[in-house]
Design a protein around this ligand. Structure first.
Ligand SMILES: Nc1ncnc2c1ncn2[C@@H]1O[C@H](COP(=O)(O)OP(=O)(O)OP(=O)(O)O)[C@@H](O)[C@H]1O
Ligand SMILES: [Mg+2]
Length: 441
């Protein structure tokens, strides 16, 4: 759907309970992360923006009480909810009292879960910790946003400059480069982080419904408008409205959006009166808006209003030095999810990943690692990677190399393909083994 919600971390050693929780919460539109042990939960906490922690108490090795204690100390801003069989027996009551943590007893219904989760979020929003500025290092703040390359640090530098104000931001970049993640980082690392973050994909809403969905409508404004309804603008009040694929906004919406940016007020469809809105707009596009302006599909004046601050998220092929870090992150994420442990990758497989040109950017890399983790029995090796990766190597076209270099590169590529088998490699190259041996020297 066009509307997305918070990240919830679920911790329980009982897989059935985990899956039940996940099913229920996903049907309520929450994102969920699962951990079957405290150790895994700690990895996820470190790596992800978690908005709510739901944990069992009795677990082997390290129990939930210790997790709660740790989380209270290190992540006081995250609301917590305990799911337990016997709160008094488990000793949960004390923790709950001490940390103002709510609990839900097993078995529970979906409705009870929903109430408990909503209450936990409410309490989180009201607690004094949430007003506290999110402490910690930069690495901590952008925990979800991996990268150390120079081009990427330019991005995090801009995030730093805009997170605590409400300047309008336009994020540009190819598909899968992390535009949405950047938008979330701006919101969640800044001082308005506890206000709503509402993501709307303009490309996913039919043009004729866009105005009503975004700005709300009055009863009787059009057939089917049976009641007064708020739109995404009102839902984001105080926080951030993320307008993804802004190039797909209808001209009607563009006109209203321009007004919202200039006057800080909006009018519901079918209403005569304007209402104030106090939000930050972040828009994103992977289309060339200049082209759309030329074709009169996009208002030029709106374009200038949106680009108070511009962020160009670089394609992955321009930040290849970040590949090992990204791979490590995805190995951890999917290792925990599918294999219950952390997996490694062979140097040869990593090399293949570093050579590929990544037209689908980070999303493509993440999918490939996810699939490799599922398909592997141990460390990820070349055999777990899709064939096509091995034949498409990105040679930067400005960077010509001597033929000898090129040959070396190619021989290595063939060897990678044959998994080090020199006889096979010599066959493919149609040279004898001795020549190959000489070349390898
Ligand atoms: N710097 C990063 N560190 C870690 N993960 C990242 C990073 N950037 C992107 N990702 C991951 O890559 C995937 C794609 O990111 P995202 O959805 O933000 O891309 P996008 O630019 O919005 O793509 P599209 O234009 O297709 O909507 C997500 O799963 C996201 O978590
Ligand atoms: Mg996106």
């Amino acid at each position: 759907m066009a509307f997305r919600k918070e990240n919830i971390l679920l911790v329980d050693d009982d897989i059935d309970i985990l899956e039940l929780l996940q099913r229920h919460l996903q049907s309520m539109d929450y994102h969920t992360y699962k951990a079957v042990s405290v150790k895994e939960a700690l990895y996820i906490l470190k790596d992800t923006f978690i908005d709510l922690l739901i944990t069992d108490i009795q677990m082997p090795h390290v129990d939930g009480l210790q997790l709660l204690k740790f989380a209270n100390e290190n992540y006081p801003e995250i609301p917590k909810l305990v799911v337990t069989g016997y709160p008094s027996v488990d000793g949960a009551l004390e923790v709950i009292k001490s940390g103002a943590i709510d609990y839900l007893t097993k078995p529970f219904t979906k409705e009870e879960l929903k109430k408990a989760v909503e209450k936990a979020f409410e309490q989180g929003a009201n607690s004094k910790d949430s007003k506290r500025k999110i402490a910690g290092t930069k690495a901590n703040i952008y925990a979800d946003l991996i990268g150390e390359s120079e081009v990427f640090l330019k991005v995090t530098d801009i995030i730093d400059r805009v997170k605590d104000n409400k300047a309008t931001v336009l994020i540009k970049g190819e598909s899968g480069t992390g535009k949405e993640l950047v938008a979330r980082a701006i919101h969640y690392s800044g001082k308005f982080s506890r206000a709503p973050f509402i993501a709307v994909n303009c490309g996913a809403i039919p043009e004729n419904l866009q105005e009503a969905e975004l700005f709300g409508y009055m009863k009787g404004a059009f057939t089917g408008a049976n009641e007064n309804r708020k739109g995404f603008f009102q839902a984001a009040q105080g926080g951030t409205l993320f307008l993804d694929e802004i190039g797909n906004a209808s001209l009607g919406v563009q006109t209203k959006l321009l007004r919202a940016l200039q006057e800080k007020e909006i009018t519901k469809v079918g209403s005569q009166s304007a209402e104030k809105v106090d939000i930050r707009i972040i828009a994103a596009t992977n289309a060339d808006l200049y082209e759309e302006i030329k074709n009169k599909d996009f208002r030029e004046d709106l374009y200038y209003r949106l680009t108070v601050v511009e962020i160009d998220v670089p394609p992955l092929r321009e930040r290849k030095s970040d590949i090992p870090l990204l791979v490590e992150k995805f190995l951890r994420k999917y290792g925990v999810e599918y294999k219950d442990r952390l997996l490694r990758i062979s140097p040869e497989a990593l090399q293949v990943l570093e050579r590929y040109h990544w037209p689908g950017n980070i999303r493509e890399l993440e999918n490939i690692i996810q699939r490799a983790v599922i398909m592997s029995d141990g460390a990820i090796d070349i055999g777990n990677l899709p064939e096509y990766l091995k034949y498409q190597i990105d040679f930067p076209d400005t960077d010509f190399v001597p033929l000898r270099e090129m040959e070396k590169e190619y021989v290595q590529r063939v060897l990678i393909h044959t998994q080090g088998n020199k006889t096979k490699a010599a066959e493919i190259l149609q040279i004898d083994r001795k020549t190959l041996r000489d070349k390898l020297k």
